[in-house]
Design a protein around this ligand. Structure first.
Ligand code: KG4
Ligand code: ZN
Length: 349
């Protein structure tokens, strides 16, 4: 089965063709970041206008690549899949209208996809992964640990009570005068020094031990996460050290910050893995492309005991292949959509 995925929920305009829910034939992602950067974040109105400007060209490019590499045309597409939530309303509408139009003109079924579920489905790419598994979804707007019992049955075990991890990365990066998006900027800066994982001392407050910075794991009810405390701790350190010393130690602090985020996630994943007796662990969402988190996961979930699945960085951040994969399994489960898909800013799962 050949599925066309369409993703326009935030600042990436993306189209992809996926075969049988596991193999990406074409994946095109146009990031609008350069256009939003100077504002320090995504401007919703600008994002929807850019999606509108870009999506037709991207569609032409996808058709050209599909034809030249695989001799496929629009007639070979079995299903059109589009992100309908959560996201920026105007941006979602561009993708949905585009999907509806293609579906009408070429008489193809059309399915709506939850973007968060899409991130999880990215872990099926070129793997033999089957549910049940534990998934850490860490993106710009969400941080959750989800138990996927079957392809369409999930349970949220933990989530953030304040900032999402990606949001915390973006805010800390701003404190460090790094450019938007903050996650990759912090990752790049922290990678300039030794990436060996340091030990995590049991501490209550942020501390400097032997010249290294450490942040404690916040205590949160019901196994949930909190990232706003660490973000504020970075601000307090900045105020305490003063600008000069803070920027002098910026790399060390960036490294300590991303190590702390990794530690929070890995500790919870370990706990749930024991509680639910599952050795299949999945890391997805933009923050899953973080090198410290990927390294910590590989160290903490060794191959002889666990099956760890982390998509390639380009499939951790927003893309349309993950939308096509999700639709593939929804379709197999017998789900259909009328042509009345409407966008939702919030996730309804
Ligand atoms: O999943 P995603 O591409 O979009 C959303 O659905 O939100 O995630 C974007 C988030 C941003 O906050 C970005 O700073 C963060 O993921 N991110 C990273 C890295 N790459 C992207 N965070 C930490 N390290 C990275 N390498
Ligand atoms: Zn996303």
């Amino acid at each position: 089965m050949l599925v066309l995925g369409i993703e326009t929920s935030c600042d990436e305009t993306a189209l992809a063709l996926v075969e049988d829910g596991r193999r990406v034939l074409v994946s095109l992602v146009h990031s609008q970041i350069e256009k939003h950067k100077s504002w320090g974040g995504v401007i919703p109105e600008l994002a929807s206008r850019l999606h509108l400007e870009l999506i037709n060209t991207l569609w032409q490019d996808l058709q050209k690549e599909a034809k030249s590499k695989f001799n496929l045309t629009v007639n070979d597409i079995d299903l059109v899949a589009v992100t309908s939530e959560p996201g920026l309303l105007g941006s979602l509408l561009v993708g949905i209208n585009f999907a509806h139009t293609l579906s009408w003109i070429h008489t193809k079924p059309c399915l709506e996809v939850n973007h968060l579920y899409g991130h999880i489905a990215a872990s099926f790419l070129e793997t033999d992964l089957e549910p049940p598994f534990l998934a850490l979804l860490a993106s710009g707007g969400h941080s959750q640990i989800i138990l996927l019992r079957s392809y369409n049955n999930y349970q949220i075990l933990a989530e953030t009570v304040d900032d999402a991890a990606g949001e915390a990365f973006d805010k800390v990066a701003r404190l460090m005068s790094l450019e938007y998006p903050g996650g990759p900027a912090i990752d790049k800066l922290a990678s300039t020094i030794n990436h060996c994982r340091t030990s995590f001392p049991e501490i209550q407050d942020p501390q400097i031990i032997n010249g290294n910075y450490y942040f404690p794991i916040p205590k949160v009810k019901n196994d949930n996460f909190s990232f706003s405390g660490i973000k504020t701790a970075v601000l307090r350190i900045k105020n305490k050290l003063g600008e000069e010393k803070f920027f002098q130690d910026r790399t060390q602090i960036a490294r300590a910050f991303q190590n702390a985020v990794a530690n929070i996630f890995i500790t919870k994943l370990k706990k749930f893995s024991e509680e639910y007796s599952t050795k299949n662990i999945v890391l997805v969402g933009g923050v899953a492309s973080n090198s410290a988190l990927r390294l910590a996961a590989r160290e903490s979930f060794p191959e002889d005991e666990y099956q760890l699945y982390i998509p390639k960085p380009e499939y951790c951040t927003d893309n349309a292949a993950m939308i096509a994969i999700t639709a593939h399994y929804k379709y197999l489960a017998g789900e259909f959509a009328d042509l009345d898909i409407s966008p939702s800013a919030k996730a309804t799962w």
